[in-house]
Write a protein that binds this ligand. Sequence first.
Ligand code: T3D
Length: 258
Amino acid sequence: MEYQNLTLEERDGALRISLDRPEVLNALSFELLRELNDVLTGPAAQEGVRAVLLTGAGRAFSAGADLGSTDVSGDIRTVLEESYHPVVRSIAKLDKPVIAGVNGVAAGAGMSLALACDFRLLSEEALFTVGFSGIGLVMDAGCSYFLPRLVGLGRAMELAMSNRRVGAEEALAIGLGERIVAGADFAEEAFAQVRQLAQGPTLGYALAKRELRESFANDLDLQLLLEADSQARAAASHDLREGLAAFREKRAPRFEGR
Ligand code: T3D
């Protein structure tokens, strides 16, 4: 399928999805969100793709809802349920790592998308702003779910109410991002790191993703059961056999994600 608002590149088992409306800082139109969900449930879900990078073209990650084409005072509930929620769920449910490459500003629902990803690589220009309160809205598209889990309740409150901008260093310090990727070519360096991840035991990564995401809703007994279940699957994998053989033979493992 041809995409008008996204650019895709697949290399070495990794898929890079670039939000590609740089003239409006990759603002999220309905069409872009539809295309994004199509990619997350189609090409990104293919077996050959073992890790996904979600990033932005140009100088922004995403400035959030497209304020030019969206009537945010209209039927916003339907807009959220039909356009945003499927994307957030697809990122959470995809059984492989989905990494945000935050190359610039991530505002409003753009920040929500970055937070929905499994972790965030930050360029030195990364900038987060909750954004919603700047135009009199409240957090949506998962922001109020992910933000307190990442930075804690008090910080989430402060960021949501102040709407202030958080740069890369502070984002790293408070848990909004997990790694700063320095250097002139963030797009390439971030993709290289995700391609490296794609060579890992990605079945295990998918199981770890589920364990960690579900841990917030499970009690200890349920979580122990989930761990045992996950470990049984990992223990039956090709990658465990390969990992053990590589250890015995004192060589680097060649994982296949199965
Ligand atoms: O119905 C629904 O969809 C509900 C969902 C709502 C969720 C939300 O996301 S609400 C929050 C929406 N986003 C915002 O409020 C952020 C708006 N943008 C800004 O505050 C600033 O643009 C930034 C802080 C992100 C960046 O500032 P700066 O100075 O680096 O860039 P700029 O000059 O403001 O923007 C550059 C261009 O992008 C400019 O166009 P122009 O003048 O060059 O033709 C600007 O209008 C355009 N742009 C920026 N953000 C958006 C946008 N166009 C459409 N929608 C945007 N969100």
